[in-house]
Design a protein around this ligand. Structure first.
Ligand code: PLI
Length: 462
């Protein structure tokens, strides 16, 4: 699709390495059984290649480590707070921000301030923590992504877009008073890491303004989204990622951000806004639940690492390499016949587990079954984004309502794995695909109501 994607190698050299080990198959079988067939319950050292998440798993640069050592630790007024403030103003352009320890803390502060019971929060697609934080406040999260997002084989440039007609209809039906804010997640993590176009961001913003509803962006993977805009949307090829980011955020009233993704750090996040009275509320709540506003639940060195990492994330050569690596991995899987979500996303390749394992019904968690088999087969850890993560128990009928898609995400940690690691993963998955008929479903024997997939337990179906 992106025919002009420059074919660059890694724009870095490797200065420090970490040993990884592959246990024998019998050991992997025993470990996953003991983990209740839930990869979140495995020890990281028992995983050979860890594609569970791209969150908090980046390799930091020498510049980031140097900045962390150099900066001063202080309860109030540390210089790293001001470095981060400068970077946020420069790249995002928002007037106010509060640092937080990670993205979901920003969500907690945002929704605790704005959402009351019975309100609706539309989004293109909520991520699991966003959805849970809305529910925790008694709100109702609503996904209004374009219908094409649910067709895993449809190759469109901006499958993460909000369906703006649906959004406007929804506002009219529920009335603006019942909608305290509109959100837009860039890129759309829950449905393939798909980007949102600048035109769509502008249109959502216009609707939000028309009805007087604040508009917030979930900006976790903003720079990858900017790079997609640069490569795929008319008029942006000659703009820098920073210019594109500034335009995106100029349409919004604020954003939530997890530094664990595109600040290339292992922890951290922030909540931004241009609305002064909201900022005051955010700040006062942040002091109670996260810590004073110049450290936000973090050691000051983490703020410094974020300030530096944000610039590394908007580096054009870095983004070109990142997108090329994801595309390379996707092409190996595609060529081997594995049904992946097309086009591949910015931070991960997603497999359509419904297509991979058509003989396993949603009640037996085909995505989770595939994740487990991949660990047993190759020591690779992926994550399910299907009915284990997004399925619901209907409050009135008590019946299980499966998710619309059964996806398995192979996230690519930033600057961590080489193409060879990904080749090994692709070959293992292709081998599994060739013997897919032998893979059996799972029975869920335990799961808490909110974010239950993290601690759920399963048993194999006989
Ligand atoms: O993990 P946090 O709390 O720093 O960020 C929460 C969060 C919010 N929005 C989106 C789109 C996310 O992807 C997200 C976290 N994602 C994780 C942990 C992931 O594995 O994708």
């Amino acid at each position: 699709m992106d025919e002009m994607l420059p074919s660059l190698p890694e724009p870095f050299r490797i200065k420090m390495v970490e040993r990884i080990r592959l246990h024998p198959r019998e050991v992997r079988e025993k470990l996953i059984r003991e983990a209740g067939y839930n990869v979140f319950m495995l020890r990281a050292e028992d995983v050979f290649i860890d594609l569970l998440t791209d969150s908090g798993t980046s390799a930091m640069s020498d510049e980031q480590w140097a900045g962390m050592i150099k900066t001063r630790q202080a309860y109030a007024g540390s210089e790293s707070f001001y470095s981060l403030e400068k970077a946020i103003k420069d790249i995002f352009g928002f007037k106010y921000f509060v640092p937080v320890h990670q993205g979901r803390a920003a969500e907690n502060i945002l929704f605790s301030t704005m959402v009351s019971p019975g309100c609706y929060v539309p989004n293109n697609m909520h991520f699991d923590t966003t959805e849970a934080n809305v529910l925790l406040r008694g709100g109702i999260p609503v996904n209004l992504v374009v219908e094409e997002a649910y067709d895993t084989q449809k190759d469109l440039p901006f499958k993460g877009n909000m369906d703006v007609e649906k959004l406007e209809r929804f506002i009219k039906e529920k009335t603006p008073e019942k909608i305290p804010l509109i959100m837009l997640t860039i890129t759309n993590n829950s449905a393939g890491g798909q980007p949102v176009s600048m035109q769509n961001i502008r249109e959502v913003s216009e609707i939000a303004r028309k009805y007087g509803i604040p508009f917030f962006i979930d900006a976790c993977r903003f720079a990858e989204n900017c790079y997609f805009i640069k490569m795929r949307e008319e008029g942006y090829r000659n703009k820098s990622i920073k210019e594109i980011a500034r335009e995106i955020f100029s349409y919004a009233d604020g954003c939530t951000f997890s530094g664990k993704k595109e600040a290339l750090t292992n922890i951290g996040g922030f909540l931004c806004t241009n609305i002064e009275e909201l900022y005051e509320k955010f700040r006062n709540l942040a002091i109670i639940i996260e810590g004073f506003i110049t450290y936000g639940g973090l050691a000051c060195r983490e703020l410094e690492a974020m300030a530096i990492g944000l610039y590394e994330a908007i580096d054009e050569e870095y983004q070109a390499y990142r997108h090329r690596q994801v595309e390379y991995f996707a092409s190996l899987l595609r060529d081997g016949g594995v049904p992946i979500v097309e086009p591949p996303g910015g931070h991960a390749v997603y497999i359509d587990a419904k297509k991979f394992l058509p003989h396993i019904p949603p009640e037996q968690f085909p995505g989770q079954a595939l994740v487990i088999q991949l660990y047993i087969e190759a020591g690779v850890r992926a994550v399910e984004l299907g009915s284990s993560c997004f399925g619901k128990i209907d409050d009135t009928t008590g019946k299980f309502v499966p998710a619309r898609m059964e996806l398995v995400r192979l996230s690519i940690p930033r600057r961590v794995y080489t193409d060879n690691h990904l080749k090994y993963v692709a070959e293992s998955l292709i081998r599994l695909y060739q013997k897919r008929d032998q893979i059996k479903g799972l029975k869920r024997v335990y799961a808490p109501k909110l974010l239950g997939h993290f601690t759920a337990r399963f048993e194999p179906v006989n």
